[in-house]
Design a protein around this ligand. Structure first.
Ligand SMILES: [Zn+2]
Length: 84
């Protein structure tokens, strides 16, 4: 079992922060409201783990990356995060 690290959905909900999701195959990205995710997922779900529940709406790929979309943190350029 792999421990999920990083913020969880409950934390983002408390901060009013949405989740950004990227497709690593085609670069398609979406901003997901935490409220929508909480309708389907447990609030203790790590943000990074949400990616496994998603598929790309454009290319159908399953290589999705998710992270908190903190406003004002700067532009997220590209889709190259590893680890975390
Ligand atoms: Zn895609």
């Amino acid at each position: 079992m792999t421990a999920e690290i990083g913020p969880r959905l409950a934390e983002l909900a408390g901060q009013g922060v949405p989740v950004a999701a990227w497709c690593l195959d085609c670069g398609h990205h979406r901003i997901l409201a935490v409220a929508d995710l909480l309708a389907r997922l447990d609030s203790r779900t790590a943000v990074a783990a949400v990616a496994r529940r998603l598929g790309c709406g454009r290319c159908g790929g399953r290589a999705i990356e998710t992270r908190p979309h903190y406003a004002g943190l700067g532009v997220v350029a590209g889709h190259r995060w590893e680890g975390g």
